[in-house]
Design a protein around this ligand. Structure first.
Ligand SMILES: Nc1ncnc2c1ncn2[C@@H]1O[C@H](COP(=O)(O)OP(=O)(O)O)[C@@H](O)[C@H]1O
Ligand SMILES: [Mg+2]
Length: 251
């Protein structure tokens, strides 16, 4: 796929107390595409997303967002990014509308606006209900609404399907596809489950023990492994060992 590069990392590394959690991690995502970031629990997905959004500083390597160095231009780049990383926190006593209104004022850009963002995630009818009374799925939707409200160029969502029911999963899938197709937003989604991302991703990156071991356009792999796509990626996720049905993803 052609097009400009939205996100590029080069040989990123990050340790916590001598434990190297991200190693030699290079990732490349083109503008307007959807990238599925696949890895077992503990592989390093959330840490990578924190490095991409400037919540953590790498020990080594570079992060480039829309052609600019993230470390150097963090504040400028953050206005172009929407993100949902780990469980979102809100003003618990306030409604979804009020939470988004406050965030929107803080971001200082028109973007989609509160009503449209609520509609996009299916929370239009929550009215005055305090967000403390929201289900996990509703909180996740509100987190996504907050991430997209300023119409960012790049959307980074860490395990966004968490807590959603099957209908919610389908609705989010359609939302992600429309954000990419209609608005040209570049989307980076993580999951430890292939089926959550394979229906939307143009490209998949697989992280194993802190290193991206495989980065590939999905269409040719889908064509080649029609009936065994899950086995194909499972083998890569489990560190390239031949597929073992007793293997369990660490939780
Ligand atoms: N702040 C931290 N301090 C120490 N270890 C951490 C910290 N954050 C993450 N880790 C470790 O880094 C590894 C990768 O974690 P994480 O990025 O959360 O993985 P994932 O999101 O893929 O489940 C895990 O072994 C985790 O325990
Ligand atoms: Mg995580």
């Amino acid at each position: 796929m052609g097009g400009k590069i939205a996100i590029q990392t080069t040989r990123l590394a990050k340790s916590f107390g001598g434990n190297e959690v991200i190693k030699d991690c290079s990732m490349c995502i083109r503008e307007g595409t959807i990238y599925g970031f696949l890895g077992a629990n503990g592989a390093g997905k959330t840490t990578m997303f924190k490095l991409l959004t400037g919540l953590l500083t790498p020990d080594f390597g570079d992060v480039e967002i829309l052609g600019e160095n993230m470390l150097q231009y963090r504040d400028k780049m953050l206005s172009q990014i929407g993100s949902l990383i780990e469980a979102p926190t809100f003003y618990e006593h306030l409604s979804a509308y009020k939470n988004l209104e406050i965030h929107s004022e803080y971001m200082g850009v028109e973007g989609f606006g509160v009503d449209k963002a609520l509609k996009m995630v299916g929370l239009s009818d929550t009215q005055e209900k305090a967000s403390s009374k929201f289900s996990l799925g509703m909180r996740q939707r509100l987190g996504i609404a907050r991430a997209i409200i300023h119409k960012p160029k790049i959307l980074i969502l860490d395990e966004p399907i968490n807590g959603l029911d099957p209908m919610g999963i389908r609705a989010m899938r359609e939302l992600f596809l429309s954000l990419a197709k209609e608005y040209g937003i570049t989307i980076l989604l993580s999951s430890h489950i292939l089926s959550e991302i394979e229906h939307v991703a143009d490209k998949i990156g697989v992280i194993v023990n802190g290193t991206i071991v495989c980065e590939t356009d999905l269409a040719p792999i889908k064509a080649e492994h029609k009936n065994s796509l899950e086995d194909y990626f499972f083998t890569i996720m489990s560190g390239g060992n031949s597929y073992d049905k007793t293997y369990e993803i660490r939780t």
